[in-house]
Design a protein around this ligand. Structure first.
Ligand code: UTP
Length: 289
């Protein structure tokens, strides 16, 4: 069985790059326009045909779970006031997915967060989506990777080409090109210096993995930053099973970074017909043109 039914979304990080906003609010709840970042991510998974979302959370992250539940009080008031459009918006989020929340009790790294999801995922392939990366594409990035997994029956990481000056910010893959966008991976390095990078193909935070990754994660020792790195476990996996990298189609925004967040906010606002003209006028005012 190689159908992808589950997605793991690690969301247990502290979000320190967004302090003070993240002191009391999970970073994932900060909106891009009026949709929380985590909803954009869940929508990508749902559009890829996935219904079960395994959210790896931590203390103070309850607002994420509440967001994907029904809010009867709000819905009741909206109904009584005849605000049908808003009622539909609220209810649609409540019914969007089946959410399974698991606590990562110590922030031991992204690899450890994925390992925390093992009991909810079981022995089947699954997707991983990181909330800091927003990917705008016609075919959802996760769907592009699911299609590769189901065709090739092999784990696949989404990659994008970055300038040499930026390889030290990402996990970087190396291997043999099988086609214009597909690579057979034999090497992965977490945040290499540009002279040590095996390529300029970086992993921004989309994966479809075979369940063998869990054994690899258990065997992975803490790496960069003293954290259990998913990239190190993927290196182990590549020695045991086929691992592919696919250069996905789409525009990626690093919403974990302040400038990337502003970039995404403007891009998503300009795509909204009811906001686009107003946003252009506001930008002209600020740019003095
Ligand atoms: P980051 O380190 O980029 O995110 O982890 P962060 O900790 O939330 O943010 P900063 O760097 O302090 O601003 C990448 C992803 O892995 C998750 C994070 O929630 C984020 O989605 N993560 C990281 C965990 O779930 N657990 C961890 O122990 C570490």
């Amino acid at each position: 069985m190689n159908k992808i039914r589950k997605a793991v979304i690690p969301a247990a990080g502290l979000g320190t790059r967004f302090l003070p906003a993240t002191k009391a609010i999970p970073k994932e709840m900060i909106p891009i326009v009026d949709i929380p970042m985590i909803q954009h991510i869940v929508e990508e998974a749902v559009r890829a045909g996935i219904d079960d979302i395994v959210l790896v959370t931590a203390r103070h992250k309850e607002p994420i779970e509440n967001h994907f539940d029904y809010n009867y009080e709000l819905d009741d008031i909206l109904e009584k006031k005849g605000k049908k459009d808003l009622l539909d918006v609220s209810k649609a989020v409540g019914g969007m997915c089946n959410l399974i929340a698991i606590r990562q009790k110590h922030p031991l790294g992204l690899g450890h967060a994925v390992l925390c999801a093992e009991s909810a995922v079981g022995n089947e392939p699954f997707a991983v989506l990181l909330g800091d990366d927003l990917i705008d594409s016609e075919v959802p990035c996760t769907k592009q990777l699911v299609d590769i997994y189901e065709k090739e029956n092999a784990s696949v990481v989404g990659v994008m080409e970055v300038p040499a000056s930026e390889v030290s910010k990402y996990g970087i893959v190396g291997g043999m090109m099988l086609g214009p966008r597909l690579m057979e991976v034999d090497r992965l390095v977490e945040k290499p210096a540009s002279k040590d990078a095996p390529s300029r193909f970086a992993i921004p935070g989309r994966y479809v993995l075979s369940p063998s990754i869990f054994k690899c994660l258990r065997e992975t020792k803490p790496g960069k930053g003293g954290e259990i790195q998913l990239t190190d476990a993927l290196q182990l996996l590549a020695g045991r099973e086929r691992l592919l990298a696919y250069q996905f189609e789409g525009v990626r925004y690093d919403t974990g970074d302040r400038l990337g967040f502003i970039d995404a906010t403007l891009a998503y606002a300009l795509k909204r017909p009811e906001l686009a003209d107003g946003v252009r006028a506001v930008m002209r005012k600020h740019l003095g043109s």
